[in-house]
Design a protein around this ligand. Structure first.
Ligand code: SF4
Length: 94
């Protein structure tokens, strides 16, 4: 993967609330009081609109990718900003 810019979003409908993502990348994922995981931006605010995405900081890219791979709900989606093609997650090509 090059340094092209990526963003990540969570499909809360499938989230099991186990918190794996928040353990791996606490700067990007957090469980809210509803027990579901949400992405959060550099301002530390959760993005709760359905399908809301935040940029993936390169410093935590591998943690975010690991979260997507191990997410039991298969509901973490990492995509390219420029064309919105999913590169990690359940809808990635390979
Ligand atoms: S790892 Fe997946 S299923 Fe688990 S809390 Fe995070 S988004 Fe939800």
């Amino acid at each position: 993967m090059s340094s092209e810019e990526l963003e990540v979003w969570i499909d809360q409908e499938l989230c099991t609330g186990d918190g794996i993502c928040a353990q791996y990348a606490p700067n990007v994922f957090e469980l809210d009081i509803d027990g579901l995981a949400y992405v959060k931006g550099e301002d530390d605010e959760l993005r709760q609109a359905p399908g809301a995405a935040v940029p993936v900081p390169l410093t935590v890219l591998s943690d975010v990718v690991d979260s997507a791979k191990e997410c039991p709900g298969e509901c973490i989606h990492v995509r390219r900003l420029k064309d919105r093609v999913e590169v990690y997650g359940p809808d990635a090509a390979s």
